[in-house]
Design a binder for this molecule. Structure first.
Ligand SMILES: [Zn+2]
Length: 395
């Protein structure tokens, strides 16, 4: 009996054949399922070299594996399981519309992870091309089996805060493998307890956050992987984690509290539009019999709002509200007059910085898209301001 096994990177190798004249590919039997999205290519799955010879000499086609319907791998997590936390859910809905990066600050046990894990379930589904691209990256890292090949749900990747720089952005000495930020391409990259990450690990994300791709150079060569993700960071408010509201039971000194969140560097925080304080759910919300909205209901609104923002932005060469350049926010994509007057007032009172001014406007556009407003109103802008309440903890 000859052992056979799965190989990494079969899907991207086959994708590279799409524009060639090659019509047939011989691949490992175990990789067959990842080829099911490919059209116009004849696939011969083989278990042994004998199968290859049989095909070459006698044109014998080895039996094809039955492909299990991988839809069963679709994530079954749903927002209907999250009781209360209405403002956090709304903030994530806004983030999903504009692809805004999010920082969630709150004590342990408030459900930050539960919220983040359900974030991809309200994002618009991937197109077929996007889905193939995402699968190709997962094929390179050899973990395609953890993600159904035909799932259209954006990926959710959650590296632990002890993760290395190479695991975060990619690397390796034998073959360059994509890192967490590329596995999260077109989906969510979630880092819990972000201030605990080793120095430089989160900052290494600045390149992909800037360019949507990451280039890794090693002695064996260099590779560029796509890495367009929505970053979701979660953090405790202080080293002991209990600093909430009036600082109940927190033993940390004010200096420790202040320093803790500042472990997240300024340049990284500059990329984050929404800073959300996640508080323990109130007793009423837990005991209330009010139904929690499902992910499907929330996603339907996000898809509609996304449609509005794309109709406005695609002609300008942008696709998401989070990408609107500052120059456009001051002219063509201003908010309502009263809203601009309000924001300039906040700027003069030094309640926001110039950078914050633009962030509020970007988020306000996503809020306006959700509310079907032609342009952001004063209340849309004020609501966008409240999605920065986590800021108070950082000052
Ligand atoms: Zn504390």
């Amino acid at each position: 009996m000859v052992a056979y096994r799965q190989a990494r990177g079969v899907l991207p190798a086959l994708l590279a054949l799409r524009n060639s004249e090659i019509e047939t590919a011989v691949i490992p039997f175990e990789n067959f399922s990842e080829t099911r999205l490919l059209k116009n290519l004849k696939i011969i799955p083989v278990k042994t070299i004998r199968d290859v010879l049989g095909w070459l000499r006698r044109n014998e086609i080895p039996e094809q594996p039955t492909v299990i319907d991988e839809e069963i791998k679709v994530d079954t997590k749903d927002f209907s399981e999250v009781l209360g936390q209405e403002s956090a859910k709304y903030a994530l809905e806004v983030a999903a519309v504009g692809s805004h990066h999010v920082l969630m600050i709150g004590p342990p046990g408030t459900g930050k992870t539960m919220l983040a894990e359900r974030f991809p379930t309200i994002m618009p589904p991937l197109t077929e091309d996007e889905s193939i691209q995402v699968s190709a990256i997962h094929s390179l890292s050899g973990d395609l089996q953890h993600r159904g090949i035909s799932t259209r749900q954006p990926p959710f990747v959650a590296p632990h805060h002890t993760t290395s720089r190479a695991a975060m952005i990619g690397g390796g000495s034998h073959a360059i493998k994509p890192g967490a930020c590329s596995l999260a391409h077109r989906g969510i990259l979630f880092v819990d307890e972000a201030p605990e990450c080793a120095t430089g690990v989160l900052d290494a994300l600045r390149q992909p956050l800037e360019s949507g791709a990451v280039t890794i150079s090693r002695a064996i060569g260099s590779a560029t992987f796509p890495a367009q993700f929505v970053l979701a960071l979660a953090a405790n408010p202080c080293p002991c984690g209990r600093f909430a509201g009036r600082g109940r039971a927190c033993q940390c000194t004010s200096v420790q509290v202040r320093r803790y969140l500042h472990r997240l560097s300024g340049p990284l925080l500059d990329r984050i539009d929404i800073r959300l304080q996640v508080l323990p759910p109130t007793r009423e919300s837990l005991s209330s019999h009010a139904r929690s909205e499902s992910s499907a209901e929330m996603r339907a609104r996000v898809i509609e709002a996304r449609g509005r923002s794309e109709a406005r932005l695609l002609p300008l060469g942008i696709s998401r509200n989070s990408e609107i350049p500052a120059s456009l926010l001051r002219e063509k994509l201003r908010a309502e007059r009263s809203a601009m007057v309000f924001l300039h007032g906040e700027l003069e009172k030094e309640n926001i910085t110039a950078r914050g001014f633009h962030k509020v406007l970007r988020v306000a556009w996503s809020i306006a898209d959700l509310a079907a407003h032609e342009i952001p109103s004063l209340s849309d802008v004020q609501q966008a301001m409240t999605l920065r309440e986590g800021l108070e903890l950082m000052s």
